[in-house]
Structure formats: C-alpha cells, structure tokens
Design a protein around this ligand. Structure first.
Ligand SMILES: [Zn+2]
Ligand SMILES: [Zn+2]
Length: 226
C-alpha cells in the first residue's frame, strides 16, 4: 500500500531507488559509535566489542539489551521529528526495514513487540503513536504479535503498605499492564531512546507482570556527549 503511494523513491534524498532507502543514504546514515553492549550508550574509552559501560556494570538496567538502528543525528533526527510532529508517515517503512535488520541481529528470541504507549491526551492531540506505527510493519516482518494492553497511567496508586523499593517503583511507574501480559520475552519498540529512563520504567513494569527478559529496540539513540 505505502509502496504504491510512494513508488521507488528514497525517503531521504528522493532519488529513484528500489524500496524506501537508496544505497548511498543507507551507507551514510549515522550509527552509534562504540556502543555499550547492554545499554547501547557510546562508551568513552572503547574496550572489547560489546563490553558493558561503567554505569551498566555498577547498576545494570532492567532490560538485558538495548539496540538502536541509528544514531540520533542528522538526517535521522530531522526525519524522526517530522514523523512525530509533522505526520510524515512515509518514513515508517524505511525505518521499519532498518529496525527489522537490527531485530534479526539482536532479538530473535523475542516473542512479542511492545510499542511505548503515549498518554491518551497526547495520542488525541497527535492522532497516532509513532511507536505503534513502527511496530506494525516490524511485527509483520518478524512474525510477532503486538502487545496492546500496556498503558500509560497517572501515578495515583496508594503508597500505603508498600516497602521502600516498591514505593520507589510505584512513584516512577508511568506504565501498567491491564490483565495478563501474555508473552515471556517482550521487545520494547520506540522511535528514540534518550536517557533510557522511559524504557527502564517500562521494562520494570513488564518484568513485574511476568516477563522473563525484556529487550529494547529503537530507530535511534541520542548519545550523551561526555
Ligand atoms: Zn537516498
Ligand atoms: Zn551501558
């Protein structure tokens, strides 16, 4: 359907190309330099490939692995902004293709996709959730179901009767699973990962709901310059 609406044009340069990305643009797209094997954040002093960064060694995140297809830098940042705020959905198949390549490399054990949910008022304002849009073609390519019962929630659960750790989680839990999770190895999907806090929160909620492992796959990773 989308292929017919935008036939054989690269989404980045507009040149004729089979699919949605020409060879030159695909080659030129920025990637995360020296990524941590766990959280994907660039490591300042590169060690062996896939080594965990100092932060992950001290305090491992709840997800076992995060991967981004690209670095959040030009032209990826501009494309993702126009996808999210300018309704430029023609980027979706191109990004889904890149996500699928990364999925095959790193997440073949995943058994379901979890798009990071939007607040309902944000969804109402935007009319779509970019993470869910990316999940649809990715789910089809990977043959995986999309988990639809994870929601953003207001932080209004009562604190009484919770121990310190549970209180901390409760305060920070912006997500909730309604009913049964229905998968063991969910893969969180989003457009951009910045600090990673959203994905950490969502991963904790999925683990609390019975997930055995949680992975994170994003189109881009915003690298902290340190
Ligand atoms: Zn191109
Ligand atoms: Zn790390």
């Amino acid at each position: 359907m989308l292929r017919r609406a935008f036939p054989d044009r690269c989404v980045f340069c507009g040149s004729e190309a089979p699919g949605w990305l020409c060879v030159n643009c695909r080659w030129d797209l920025p990637h995360v330099p020296n990524p941590c094997g766990r959280c994907n954040q660039p490591v300042r002093v590169p060690g062996p490939v896939n080594q965990d960064c100092a932060a992950c060694q001290v305090s491992p995140p709840p997800f076992y692995r995060a991967r981004a297809a690209l670095l959040y830098a030009f032209p990826v940042d501009a494309a993702l902004k126009s996808l999210k705020f300018g309704h430029a959905l023609y980027y979706v198949p191109a990004f889904a293709e890149l996500l699928f390549a990364q999925f095959l490399q790193s997440f073949e054990s995943a058994d379901a996709l979890v798009p990071v949910p939007l607040h309902h008022w944000r969804y109402a304002g935007r009319g779509f959730n970019q993470a869910a849009e990316l999940c649809r073609p990715l789910g089809r390519a990977a043959g995986l179901p999309i988990v639809g019962n994870v929601k953003r929630v207001l932080r209004t659960r009562p604190q009484t009767g919770l121990d310190a750790e549970a209180r901390r989680r409760n305060l920070h839990a912006a997500f909730a699973v309604s009913g049964r999770l229905g998968c063991s190895h969910p893969l969180i999907v989003d457009d951009v990962m910045t600090t990673g806090e959203t994905c950490r929160q969502l991963a904790r909620v999925l683990l609390d709901a019975g997930a055995v492992t949680v992975g994170v796959l994003t189109v881009a990773r915003a690298a902290a310059l340190n």
